[in-house]
Design a protein around this ligand. Structure first.
Ligand SMILES: *Cc1c(COP(=O)(O)O)cnc(C)c1O
Length: 452
């Protein structure tokens, strides 16, 4: 008999509802409201209306457990969902581990990552509200390409502020976005006041997600026809990504196993939340507890080394103030290749779960991540995104612990995207030019001193 390796669901099994973990938070685990960046008063839906369509604002504050996925969004999901769940049998053999390793593969979407799960939903709701143009930021270019593709599908113009370090490292991501019809500038740019202010002080600034968010928010506030869109961090983004975890629950059932350990990398928290929240929800509703691990780079370690406090979502203090793990809104991480993980903050929902020990976090250097990514590619054939190698590193470490202890744990991790646009990073690794930046203790201490 052939051993099953790939667990596929039929199209009709694509979830009809997103899962909202806010419905299942236990007593004492309470969300703190986001605050207005100028007044520091709790934000009201009308405060957010210049930025987002009302449907998304309502999702942001919703405590309904299930939120229906609109038909047109689900129709587009069918072009690349359900995503496969794969058992990494060859990797297990290479590691000589008794552990069973499963991964959910989000790299088959148009942008090559999980990001279209929310980009399509966000473009849909903006279209419904008559919005003609969306401004956004992108780190590694993954979010920009997802939104550019979704904008093209719904006839919405997209302007992308792309973090300069990535703009220089990854020209093909820019070309992909332009092919979808988006316009792209390197951030900090001369197109906004906040960009010009930073360039005046730091002409060589590599940029950061915090800076790029400031530029996109400023662009939005200055135009009536434009909304803003964020690819991670916000509650509605976590919500849209839960299709990943919901599918994985059905697929693990097909495999006849239940995970002991659930792992994903975390930049703003969305692919982590997407995979983990539906499982954590089962625990919160009285089910068994899983070990759930968010993995972040040591160069931008918000969950493991940041402070849980109110801080701005962006550098220029224009975005809402949220209670989250933060390294300080003016912290600029080193230009590591996992551009999607270079953010000073973390999703407030993911932060809340971490603060209450409902999940764990680890941080790792980039070289061991690339080592794990290359081992994975040579055994499973998929070249992972640099961000995703953080999850692979942790999955391998757990599997090696199993080898030492003889435990046959079941590991489930999210392979959030492929690395076909990240070959210059792999080249740097293969030629021995990749460096591990020292943990930036001093910079984080300074940035935290003016956080909040
Ligand atoms: C953007 C991105 C991430 C990080 O963002 P999260 O919101 O934390 O998921 C991770 N992996 C890939 C492939 C990405 O594109």
């Amino acid at each position: 008999m052939v051993e099953r390796t790939r667990f596929m669901l039929d199209e009709e099994k694509i979830p009809r509802f997103w899962y909202n973990i806010a419905a299942d938070l236990p007593a004492g685990v309470e969300q703190s409201p986001p605050l207005h960046p100028m007044t520091h008063q709790p934000l009201t839906p009308p405060d957010l209306a210049p930025l987002f369509p009302m449907a998304l604002i309502m999702q942001e504050v919703s405590t309904e457990r299930e939120i229906e996925i609109p038909g047109p969004v689900r129709d587009i999901y069918t072009t690349f969902r359900p995503s496969p769940l794969v058992r990494a049998r060859r990797l297990e053999k290479a590691l000589d581990t008794p552990a069973h390793i499963y991964f959910k593969y989000e790299g088959l979407s148009p942008a090559g990552s999980h990001k279209p799960n929310t980009a399509i939903a966000q473009a849909f709701y903006n279209k419904e509200e008559g919005i003609k143009r969306i401004a956004t930021e992108t780190g590694a270019g993954q979010w920009g390409s997802a939104l550019a593709a979704a904008g093209a599908m719904f006839g919405i113009e997209v302007k992308v502020y792309m973090v300069r370090a990535s703009y220089n490292q990854k020209p093909y991501r820019r070309i992909l976005m332009e092919t979808y019809g988006a316009s792209v500038v390197a951030s900090p740019s001369m197109d906004t006041e906040s960009g010009r202010a930073i360039l005046a002080q730091h002409p060589d600034s590599p940029g950061s997600l915090g800076i790029a968010i400031s530029e996109a928010v400023e662009d939005t506030m200055k135009r009536d026809d434009t909304h803003y869109s964020l690819g991670s961090v916000l509650n509605h983004v976590m919500l849209h990504q839960t299709v990943i975890g919901e599918e994985s629950i059905l697929q693990m059932e097909m495999a006849g196993e239940e995970p002991d350990v659930i792992i994903a990398c975390a930049g703003g928290g969305s692919n982590f939340a997407g995979l983990a929240f539906p499982w954590v929800g089962r625990t919160l509703r009285g089910g068994r507890k899983y070990q759930v691990i968010a993995v972040e780079p040591l160069a931008a370690p918000s969950l493991t080394r940041g402070k849980y406090m109110y801080d701005y979502g962006d550098t220029a203090k224009m975005a809402p103030v949220a209670k989250m793990y933060t390294l300080g809104h003016d912290f600029v991480p080193e230009p590591i290749h996992a551009g999607g993980l270079r953010y000073h903050g973390m999703s407030p929902l993911v932060s809340l779960l971490k603060h209450h020990n409902l999940i764990e976090a680890r941080s790792v250097h980039q070289i061991p991540c690339f080592q794990a990514g290359v081992l994975f590619a040579r055994n499973e054939g998929i070249l992972p995104a640099p961000e995703s190698t953080h999850a692979i590193r942790a999955a391998i470490d757990v599997a090696l612990d199993c080898k030492a202890s003889g435990e046959a744990k079941v590991i489930l991790f999210n392979l959030s995207g492929h690395g076909h646009f990240d070959l210059s990073a792999y080249e740097a690794y293969l030629s021995g030019k990749l460096e591990d930046y020292e943990y930036p203790a001093k910079e984080i201490k300074e940035a935290l001193a003016h956080a909040g």
